[in-house]
Design a protein around this ligand. Structure first.
Ligand SMILES: [Zn+2]
Ligand SMILES: [Zn+2]
Length: 308
């Protein structure tokens, strides 16, 4: 699903409008790129997003009323053909796992902002490849270095039963035991499956240390798996209820209705239960990450002593 950002005018995937909220997920009237550039969602209206949020129990962050000013306000990217070029480029990034692994979304967003504001005098071109556009935007992604073709990735995932080999949770990141930057080793036996979280933590420290620290906390990892399973079940149930609500809403053709409100109330309770479990889960995740970071810092300190 795509929404149009009320600030820049780009029509992009709804993921750009969704933010994790304290209780419910939030939908914003403007895209994450515009938010990063310093625009405030509270200053913009966005009827499409607001209706979607209301129907599906997301919190909407934006103006609720559209004024004449809003209607006459120009988008930051004024020309439609320019918007098309950014939209295609952003879609390329959203769909490219390799690019996302190597290039942080905030970095990518910043390059878009620099281009939109003229700081970088280049606009993505439709006739260029994604890689070429990235390069011209001043971004670098190495598509060859880390290249493991799709079949191999799927083979690795199947081999490890889609489970992170470090914590046991669901994992899809095929990565290198030895960092590519050190070994350039793309052999299948140097590839392992991990979850995004372990991958991120591991990338910041020596592999051997990561494995050692991880072996100290088997119970914590087991608990994480339990949390993940429980949350997946609850969220699945919630998604189903959400779909039922959307279908009913569509059928009735109204947003406000006693039966619909009753359904929303029940969904809200379920969402609260999920949020509470989620928060416990996140606390444990953050404790676990601290365990790794502390272990790493201590190891670095020890190394300093060794030198003296
Ligand atoms: Zn925007
Ligand atoms: Zn993991």
């Amino acid at each position: 699903m795509k929404f149009q950002c009320s600030a820049c005018g780009l029509r992009i995937n709804s993921r750009h409008f969704k933010q994790a909220g304290l209780m419910n997920p939030q939908l914003t009237s403007i895209c994450d790129i515009c938010i990063q550039s310093g625009e405030e969602s509270a200053d913009f209206a966005n009827m499409a997003v607001a209706i979607f949020a209301q129907g599906l129990l997301y919190t909407f962050i934006g103006k609720n009323e559209t004024t004449k000013d809003d209607e006459e306000a120009a988008f930051l990217v004024t020309k439609k053909d320019q918007r098309k070029r950014y939209e295609a480029f952003i879609q390329d990034y959203d769909g490219n796992e390799l690019a996302q692994q190597q290039l942080k979304r905030t970095e990518f967003n910043q390059a878009i902002i620099d281009s939109e504001t003229g700081k970088n005098d280049f606009l993505p071109k439709l006739e260029l490849t994604f890689a070429e556009n990235l390069e011209k935007m001043g971004l670098s992604v190495d598509f060859k270095l880390n290249e493991v073709d799709y079949i191999d990735r799927e083979r690795i995932r199947a081999k490890y039963h889609y489970r992170c080999q470090y914590c046991g949770r669901r994992g899809r990141s095929v990565d290198h035991k030895d960092p590519v930057s050190l070994s350039h080793n793309n052999n299948l036996d140097n590839l392992i499956l991990s979850c995004q979280e372990c991958n991120r933590i591991k990338s910041n420290m020596p592999y051997e240390l990561f494995v050692k620290l991880n072996s100290q906390i088997p119970q914590v990892n087991q608990k994480l798996v339990k949390y993940e399973n429980a949350l997946a079940t609850l969220k699945g149930e919630f998604e189903q209820k959400r779909r039922e609500l959307a279908a009913k809403m569509h059928l009735k053709g109204v947003v406000n209705d006693p039966e619909l409100n009753q359904m929303r109330k029940q969904n809200k309770k379920l969402q609260d239960a999920i949020d509470s479990l989620d928060s416990d889960y996140n606390e444990l995740r953050s404790l676990r990450e601290q365990h790794f970071m502390t272990g790493w810092k201590l190891a670095q300190e020890k190394e300093k002593d060794d030198i003296i």
